[in-house]
Design a protein around this ligand. Structure first.
Ligand code: SF4
Length: 361
């Protein structure tokens, strides 16, 4: 029979004992007994926001090799950071990462603040990330509640209220559970528990260190928790992208403004993205006059607040054609190094796959 695990020190101790035997070996983690490096913890936590461990690993390694300290990161240029981040998604993180590095290096002598409140005042650091850094890097008693931890807590305490309303109760339970000793290991242990055993569809309760404390397991409702309020459909926006290739292979691109969606990233020319997009007017928004051909179908991309479908138009123009104002030609060999977001990479890939050969203008 499960006991009421409310802040139960025995449950926290069981989690820590399990962590000592089964901790995931991750490149940004300090070894057992080693002090964590706040820069590594911060960098990894920013990259891991909305992103899987597998996707983050190569980016983390590349960033750390190139910018081993926050001071060196702060000295680089924003374009370099955006380029290194390209493909990882959620690009406001890269802009905030750079802004944060500048503040930590410039105002705090390269030292991150050690408290949740101090960390939260920095760009790109929200409640979860502040708690994770405070606990892992500075040994503060803070509850880092990401999606995995939310699921573990909802099950452990059989919280039946649907999300997002359940967040208040989950936070209270999670905070009460954090032990006074080893709060950083505890935070990472809870993340590991959610990522390896307390899985969304099939929790591996048979191997779980807190099974005897888990009310969700005892009541047979674990797999259905946390409950979620029905999701509203994301609105769909549509638009067109123009792939314009010069005879020498260079491609027409532009850099988006620093602020807003995909700010500071590079893109192909295109129309606006609108729910009431009128395809018949797409070519009126082409960046230059040329003989455009439309590719079959469209490419789709999901953003946080909307889904996007883009049709693609392709044209080839003469080698002496000048770039219209606000655009530039990027040579074919440099295309792979441009800071394109995922949606633009999909467009370029679709053009490549089409094998379309377009006549001169
Ligand atoms: Fe999750 Fe099962 Fe462990 Fe409860 S017993 S925390 S549901 S894995």
């Amino acid at each position: 029979m499960a006991s009421q695990a409310r802040g139960d020190p025995a449950a926290a101790a069981a989690v820590l004992a399990w962590y000592d035997r089964h901790r995931r070996d991750l490149p940004w983690r300090a070894g057992p007994g080693e002090a964590a490096d706040p820069y590594k913890v911060w960098l990894s936590e920013i990259m891991l926001q909305q992103t899987t461990v597998a996707a983050v690993k190569p980016y983390y390694a590349a960033f750390l090799a190139r910018w081993p300290t926050v001071g060196l990161l702060a000295e680089t240029r924003m374009e370099e950071v955006m380029r290194a981040w390209a493909g990882l998604g959620y690009y406001s993180r890269a802009r905030n990462l750079f802004a944060c590095a500048k503040i930590v290096a410039g105002e705090f002598g390269g030292r991150f603040p050690a408290t949740e409140a101090g960390l939260r005042a920095l760009p790109g650091i929200g409640a979860y990330t502040a708690a994770a850094i405070a606990a892992i890097a500075f040994g503060r008693r803070a509850a880092a509640i990401d999606g995995n931890v939310m699921r573990v807590i909802a099950r452990l305490f059989a919280i039946e209220t649907p999300l997002p309303a359940a967040k208040t109760a989950i936070k209270a339970r999670a905070e009460a559970l954090v032990p006074g000793a080893r709060p950083g290991d505890f935070a990472q242990a809870m993340m590991d528990l959610g990522a390896t055993l307390c899985l969304p569809k099939q929790p591996a309760c048979g191997r779980c260190p807190v099974r005897e404390f888990c009310l969700g397991h005892a009541r047979g409702v674990a797999a259905s928790l946390p409950r979620k309020a029905p999701r509203r459909e994301r609105p769909r926006r549509r638009g067109a992208a123009f792939f314009v290739r010069r005879a020498d292979g260079a491609v027409l691109v532009r850099t988006r403004p620093d602020k807003g969606l995909l700010g500071g990233m590079v893109e192909l020319p295109g129309t606006g993205w609108e729910t009431a997009f009128d395809e018949t007017l797409a070519l009126a928004n082409a960046p230059l006059k040329a003989r455009f051909r439309k590719l079959e179908g469209s490419i789709d991309q999901a953003f946080t607040h909307f889904a996007l479908s883009l049709t693609i138009y392709v044209a080839e123009v003469r080698g002496d054609r000048r770039a219209p104002s606000g655009y530039r030609w990027t040579p074919a060999r440099a295309l792979g190094n441009e800071a394109f977001p995922g949606v633009m990479r999909k467009v370029i890939e679709a053009v490549r796959r089409s094998g379309i050969i377009v006549g001169g203008d």
